[in-house]
Write a protein that binds this ligand. Sequence first.
Ligand code: SAM
Length: 197
Amino acid sequence: MGNYDKPDFWALKAKKEGYPARSIYKLMEIDKKFGLMKQGARILDIGAAPGSWSLWVLQRLAGKGFLAAVDLQDLGIKPAFENFLFIRGDLYDGEVRSRLLEKGPFGLVLSDAAPGTTGNRFVDQSASEAIVEAVIDYAEASLAPGGALVTKIFQGGAEAEFLKRLRGRFSQAKGFKPEACRKGSFETYLVATGFKG
Ligand SMILES: C[S@@+](CC[C@H](N)C(=O)[O-])C[C@H]1O[C@@H](n2cnc3c(N)ncnc32)[C@H](O)[C@@H]1O
C-alpha cells in the first residue's frame, strides 16, 4: 500500500492529472475489476459534482455514446463535449427523472451520490440507504437489458438486503470497496451487471 495510505495521495494525484476530485480513482478501480465501460454506451452519472467521474467517462467515450449527469450542485468543470447533458437538480424530483429518462435507456448507471454527513452514523446511514433505494428504483426504470449499475452505499446497514434485491434483477451483484476509498471511511460500492430487463 505504501503511498496509498497518505491522506492526500489520491487528492494530489487527481490535481496533477486534471480531475476535480480524488473519487475518480475509485471509479477507475471499479471499471478495471468489472469492465463496465463499453464503447458508444449511454451512461448516467448520479451525484456527479464536482465532476471527476463525468470527465473520465466523457474522455473514455471519446465523442461516441452519451453521458447524462445530475447533481444538486453545479459541476466544478465545464466539459465541452456534445454528447453530454448535465442537469442541476435532485434525483428525487420527478421532472429531473423524466428529463434524464429522455436520454436513456442506459447501458450503465453510476451513482456516487451521498448525503451530506451529520456525524450521526445512524442518520447518515439511513440517508445513504434512501438514496441507494432511489438509485436502484431509477436504474431499474432506465437501464437497457444487459446494463450495469454501480452505487455507493455507507457500510453497516442494508448492503446485504440491497444485494439480494439486485441479484433478483441482475445476473450478478457484488460489494466492492476500492483501495482509493479514504482510510477508515465506511463507504463501499454495490456493482450489479447483466440487467434482466
Ligand atoms: C461524493 S460526491 C460525488 C463525486 C463525483 N463522483 C466526482 O467524481 O466528482 C456526492 C454528490 O452526490 C450529490 N447528491 C446527493 N444527493 C443527491 C440527490 N438527491 N440528487 C442529486 N445529487 C445528489 C451531492 O450533491 C454530491 O455532489
